[in-house]
Structures are given as C-alpha cells and as structure tokens.
Design a protein. Sequence first.
Length: 120
Amino acid sequence: MNDQRQGNNLATFIAGVVIGAALTYLFGTKDGQKIKEQFLKDGAKLLEKMGENVQEGIKKLEEAEPDIQEESQQVRDKIEEGIREVKSKVEDVSAQIPSQIAEIQKRGRRFFFRRHRAES
C-alpha cells in the first residue's frame, strides 16, 4: 500500500514538473509567448464558432417548432378520431348486450324447463 502511494506521488510530481516546464516555456520565452498568443487566438475563434453554432441550432429549433407543433397536432387529431371510432363501436356492442343476455336467459329457461318425453 505504501509503494502504491509513493508511485502516485511520483506520478503527480512528474506531471507537475512537466506542466510547470510547459508554462515556463509559454510565459518565459518569446517563442512560447507567440505560441500562447496563437493558442489564445485559436481558442477565441473556436469559442466564437461554437457560439455561432449554438445560435444557429437555436434558430433552427425555433424555425422547426411550428412544424413540430403542427405534426403533433395532426397525430393528436388522428388519435382522437381513433378514440371516437372505438367509443362508437363499444357503445354499439354494449347496446346489444341486454338483448343478448335476454336471449341467453330465454334459451336457458327452455333448456331447464322443457318437458322431457318419456321414452317408450
């Protein structure tokens, strides 16, 4: 466990030395300052481009929103029409249920209360 901590400490130390050397180069030398300035310019351009892309994406979403709303309304209308059709069919079938129950009861009474002929 102690060896592992020493290994982590050594890796952290080496990373710190490398980062420190890079920063010293960037801030301390003329070439490093040129590279730093170029990084900053490129970073600013990249951020600007990302901002433009985000704004463009927002604009496209806002333009597409009415189309999406229209499509979703069409889907809702189709669903509502389907619900109305199913409701109508259920009402038709449920209206027939009492007459069907009466017919079943009538058949049941005939079956249980019919006179059996004596076999000769």
